[in-house]
Design a protein around this ligand. Structure first.
Ligand SMILES: [Zn+2]
Ligand SMILES: [Zn+2]
Length: 524
């Protein structure tokens, strides 16, 4: 009884939090602020710009209302139905410059430099994530193409990282609603929609606030979302919305943690957004497949991330390890990260060394897969592929390939280095490259099933049969393993501590004061 009352309360709370009115309020608040930069910290929350669409022309499919106006302007038009957006060709191309100086300024002082080029970077400071603003000064030398800038940099020894796009100042946007009229706005433009809209017909539903800008001759549309809504848009694409509750929560915390470590890598500085919506960062599809159980997992773990020794942990994850997870230095080289050294996802493997060829083959051939696995889980746990010798020749550049020698397997059994021998010889390094060359394999944990094996070398038939296990790089949380553990009654904290041993959970990781120490104003 107590339980069911508690459940109902939680559901009501959840509905409250995600209600239309609440969303309307958030959107209205956001629209009252000028949004020039990508990420912002407002009301103690981190707001990100996540890429939605990037092209010269964008068609928005809508069955409801769309609000559109210039950022920083209180004027907005209310449109109904489909809208087409077009970047108006300007004489001015995007220019590239060479950064001469990057001066760190406080968030408060940005408005003192209305015409300055300001770049933002994420930094980790005093145990928290903060946004650092830099005022850029350029050399008196400009380029109209990246190639020209790079060749100048190469000739003069200028560091390549200091080449930066200078956004077009006077680009405008042609907005054409269905009724035939057209009007023009100065970019950047903000757009908001209460009901779901589609961009260029792609079946990812979005609502909320969007920023449209011109970057490198294209329209870039971003979705301005807080980190919690961002995570809710990632999780269903990663582990599916039918996963057991504790697995959804583990995935939510891993995705939130991974997002922050991605931000700290500043991969998209100058692109006009903080995170892209593809596998390069994390797959984000707005509200697509987002259902109540996803929102509940996000709400139940609100703000929680994994830390290791006062730093954000890298919450990397993958589909299926195939038995054991891999170490980060084996998968990507670089320094060993203590909580990413590989664990026996399947307890049977506790004392089995999968870097040994015979052990690897035996485990790949072990048949038992849990009957409670979904079919995608079974497919990613254990698989077979074939590859023609011709394809191998084309992919690897080895003429008449005759044998493959396994030179190094990591702790998960994934091959990290192999040699293809034919009329010439090629050593292939790295699990990802090996997968590509052997025909886009799910993982590099495999062996050649129809070759004659001598020690670690396999002869190759015309049609090469490959048997393997696992899907993905194998580092960090194994999604199939997390699902199995949740089904066996594990709670999300134990699942994460198993895959990332030694980490701590914290919801206190955001620097809500700006770097000068004064409060960020909640409105202007
Ligand atoms: Zn990305
Ligand atoms: Zn696993």
């Amino acid at each position: 009884m107590v339980n069911s009352v508690f459940c109902c309360l939680k559901e009501i709370l959840l509905r409250e939090v995600l209600s239309h009115n609440m969303r309307l309020l958030i959107i209205a608040l956001l629209l009252s602020l000028s949004v020039v930069f990508a990420a912002e910290i407002r009301y103690g929350q981190l707001y990100l710009e996540v890429l939605v669409s990037e092209s010269k022309q964008i068609l928005i499919s809508s069955t409801g209302n769309i609000n559109i106006g210039e950022t920083g302007s209180p004027l907005a038009k209310l449109l109904n139905g489909d809208v087409s957006l077009q970047l108006v060709a300007s004489d001015d191309q995007d220019m590239l410059g060479l950064i001469n100086k990057a001066e760190v300024i406080s968030a408060d002082s940005i408005k003192q430099y209305p015409d300055a080029n300001i770049r933002e970077r994420f930094i980790w400071q005093d145990g928290k994530l903060a946004i650092q603003y830099e005022k850029l000064t350029f050399e008196d030398k400009y380029f109209t193409s990246k190639g020209a800038a790079e060749s100048y940099a190469a000739q003069t020894g200028y560091p390549k990282q200091q080449i930066s796009y200078i956004p077009m100042q006077n680009a405008s946007l042609k907005v054409s609603p269905q009724n035939g009229e057209a009007f023009y706005y100065q970019l950047p433009v903000k757009l908001s929609a209460m009901d779901n809209i589609l961009f260029n017909g792609i079946k990812n539903d979005y609502n909320g606030t969007f920023i449209i800008k011109s970057i490198q001759g294209k329209l870039v549309v971003t979705n301005l979302v807080d980190i919690e809504n961002y995570v809710a848009g990632v999780v269903p694409n990663e582990i599916g919305n039918s996963a057991p509750e504790e697995a959804l929560k583990a995935q939510t915390v891993a995705a939130r943690t991974h997002a922050i470590s991605l931000l700290l890598q500043n991969k998209h500085v100058g692109d006009g957004y903080d995170l892209c919506n593809g596998t390069h960062c994390q797959v984000h599809k707005g509200n697509y497949l987002r259902e109540t159980q996803i929102d509940k997992a996000v709400l139940d773990t609100k703000g929680i991330v994994m830390l290791y020794e006062d730093k954000i942990a890298d919450g990397v994850y993958h589909s299926s390890c195939g038995g054991k997870t891999e170490s980060n230095q084996n998968a990507w080289s670089g320094k060993a990260i203590p909580y990413l050294q590989g664990v026996a996802c399947n307890p049977e493997l506790d004392s089995l060394d999968l870097s040994n060829e015979t052990n690897a083959i035996n485990w790949i051939n072990t048949n038992e897969l849990s009957s409670n696995m979904a079919s995608w889980e079974k497919r990613s746990e254990k698989w077979e592929k074939t590859l023609s010798k011709n394809s191998l020749q084309m992919n690897s550049g080895v003429r008449n390939p005759r044998s493959i020698t396994i030179l190094h397997r990591g702790v998960s059994g994934r091959i990290m280095r192999l040699k293809i021998t034919g009329d010439n010889e090629e050593i292939i390094r790295g699990e990802y490259r090996i997968r590509q060359i052997l025909g886009s394999l799910p993982s590099s944990f495999f062996y050649i099933a129809n070759g004659i094996r001598v020690n670690n070398s396999y002869s190759l038939a015309d049609e090469i049969s490959i048997k393997g296990r696992g899907s993905g790089h194998g580092v960090g949380m194994c999604q199939v393993g997390a699902l199995q553990k949740a089904r066996a009654g594990w709670i999300w904290q134990d699942i994460l501590l198993f895959y990332y041993p030694g980490i701590l959970f914290s919801d206190d990781w955001l620097q809500t004061n700006n770097l000068n120490g004064s409060e960020i104003h909640s409105g202007e």
